[in-house]
Ligand binder design. Structure first.
Ligand code: NA7
Length: 537
């Protein structure tokens, strides 16, 4: 492999989504470091570069799914809808890249294949898929938690004569469903967003459901001028509220339990939450994620709504979730998902009752019938949190491979560093609260922390920072303890647990102790001189 002349950078950042863009700005413009960004896509956008499927939009509301670090930026940008659609988020990130002149520091169409720590030189050697090697002191991964597509190994997929696509690798030119018979596999957030939009275009849509899911109406709509003005006038307070919240959303959680109320009042609250829509529904009461009896009241309320909306009782029954309590898997929000099953051109196949046996040249064969299809859409999710990191062949000190260090599940300290991998920082890594949080809040905190850490190393003439193995083990124990204090581990098939990917170790990966609490812990660690990290001169 050719080494670029003089290519020892201070930092290499992998990824040009929210995390990579902000990290670039902080290190290059804030600290004046020489930084190279590497990005597999052809432009900035990250998650939103790849997820262009019909109906793809963010479940956080636009006014707070955005950067807070620049007041000028938040004052000048106008969102058009309550929940931003994928192309609007790409436009926003494109605007951020323009405004801070970030594109010139990234190489696009450049996928990183490997990274190896060289102790003698205290450098990371980063090799791209095309065989180039670049060297750097700090290596920062900003590669997303939901970026490694999970395409199930169904026999016969190669023989399919029609088109198949995974929602997380959607072709930029789009897919035309007009007049087509479409099969969609998967009913997580993605399948639930895509179903109504595809149904409206296709000749026929068959939804293949493995696990029935809860979903709350998003109540999407245009943002009024008035609302925009109010938000802009109050941005500082909104951001502060988001940072102080357990999940990075600027909501006030209800202080009551549904169990404190009588049936009528409880129902009235749920109805109000249902009308308000989106992830706000979950915050009506304080204990839905920690008390099973409280959760049952919410789960039952949603089951009742499904029965009200879906006209055919047999279909309604199949759509009714019974395998997990509400919100123990990431709760989807939708625009007319359940209503879509009242359409003439939509069918639901329960593949728990009648599993898919094979894909044939002309469709999908289940145990009881053959469904002819022109297009198959895999809304089957991601090898979350660890998939994208392990897709890079990362080798730390003494030849340890990340995949071996994590054979029994990911072990990080604060989700930010791995013992044995000096000067490697993993933004939104496993063990961080990022995926349980409104993502930009988590990302800004991680990037600020990493940037302050690098400043500390530079100012004190320190060569390396590396997590202590004991600190990482303790952190993993704390992550498990935090999950065990909630109902989250009760969902058997959740991607939080890695359960959606066959053979993946079952470990609860995100930190469920809350974003604000996590940020506090990170700040204390730094204040105590990077407690739990080994710093070497
Ligand atoms: P999810 O939430 O992981 O959902 C994937 C869906 O695909 C889910 O219904 C799965 O069923 C189903 N699935 C996965 N593998 C298979 C196989 N082999 N056969 C049939 N069905 C399968 O991914 P999304 O893309 O919807 O959402 C990811 C995140 O993006 C979301 O949580 C938000 O944070 C944004 P299962 O439930 O495992 O039985």
């Amino acid at each position: 492999p050719a080494t670029l002349p003089g290519a020892a950078f201070d930092a290499i950042i992998i990824g040009a989504g929210f995390a990579g863009l902000y990290q670039m700005h902080k290190l290059r413009d804030g600290l004046g470091l020489s930084v190279q960004g590497l990005e597999a896509g052809s432009d900035v956008g990250g998650t939103w570069y790849w997820n262009r499927y019909p109906g793809a939009r963010c479940d956080s509301e636009s006014y707070y799914y955005s950067f807070s670090f620049s007041d000028e930026l938040q004052q000048e940008w106008d969102w058009s809808e309550r929940y931003p659609e994928h192309h609007e988020i790409r436009r926003y990130l494109g605007h951020v890249a323009e405004k801070f002149d970030l594109r010139r520091s990234f190489r696009f169409d450049t996928r990183v294949a490997a990274a190896r720590y060289d102790a003698a030189q205290n450098l990371w050697h980063v090799t791209t898929q095309s065989g180039e090697t670049l060297s750097t002191r700090y290596l920062i991964t900003a590669i997303g938690c939901l970026s490694s597509a999970n395409v199930p190994a169904i026999p016969g997929l190669d023989s399919f004569a029609g088109q198949w696509v995974h929602t997380g690798r959607w072709p930029a030119e789009g897919v035309d469903f007009t007049g087509k018979r479409v099969g969609l596999i998967g009913t997580g957030s993605t399948g639930i967003q895509a179903t109504p939009v595809i149904a409206a275009q296709a000749a026929h849509l068959t939804v293949f459901q493995r696990t029935a899911n809860y979903s709350i109406p998003a109540r999407n709509g245009p943002v009024s001028l008035e609302f925009r003005r109010e938000v802009k006038a109050n941005y500082a307070a909104i951001r502060e509220q988001a940072r102080a919240a357990p999940n990075g959303h600027p909501f006030v959680f209800g202080q009551q339990s549904p169990l404190d109320l009588d049936e009528e009042e409880r129902r009235a609250r749920y109805e109000a939450g249902w009308e308000q829509g989106g992830l706000r529904f979950r915050s009506i009461f304080r204990d839905l994620l920690v008390n099973r009896a409280a959760n049952d009241t919410a789960s039952d309320f949603i089951r009742g709504k499904i029965r009200e909306v879906v006209k055919d009782p047999a279909t309604a029954e199949k759509l009714t979730p019974r395998d997990h309590p509400f919100a123990t898997k990431r709760p989807p929000i939708d625009s007319f998902y359940f209503e879509t099953f009242n359409r003439e051109n939509v069918d639901l196949v329960d593949i728990k009752a009648t599993p898919i046996e094979a894909i044939t040249p002309d469709g999908i064969q289940t145990t009881d019938r053959k469904i002819p299809l022109d297009v198959i859409v895999f809304a089957t999710g991601f090898d979350a949190m660890t998939g994208a990191l392990l897709a890079i062949d990362i080798e730390g000190r003494d030849g340890i491979k990340l995949k071996d260090a994590w054979a029994a599940g990911p072990v990080t300290y604060l989700g930010l560093q791995v013992a044995g991998f000096p000067n490697l920082f993993t933004i939104t890594g496993p063990g961080s609260p990022s995926v349980l949080t409104n993502m930009p809040v988590a990302i800004e905190q991680h990037v600020d922390w990493i940037s302050a850490c690098i400043t500390h190393l530079r100012d004190n003439g320190l060569a390396t920072i590396e997590a202590e193995p004991e600190a990482a083990e303790k952190w993993v124990a704390h992550v498990n303890e935090a999950a065990a204090a909630t109902l989250l581990p009760q969902a058997n098939s959740s991607w939080y647990l890695g359960a959606n990917v066959p053979g993946k170790p079952r470990v609860f990966m995100p930190y469920a102790g809350g974003m604000a609490r996590y940020a506090g812990i990170c700040a204390e660690v730094a204040a105590r001189g990077y407690d739990g990290f080994r710093l070497t001169p």
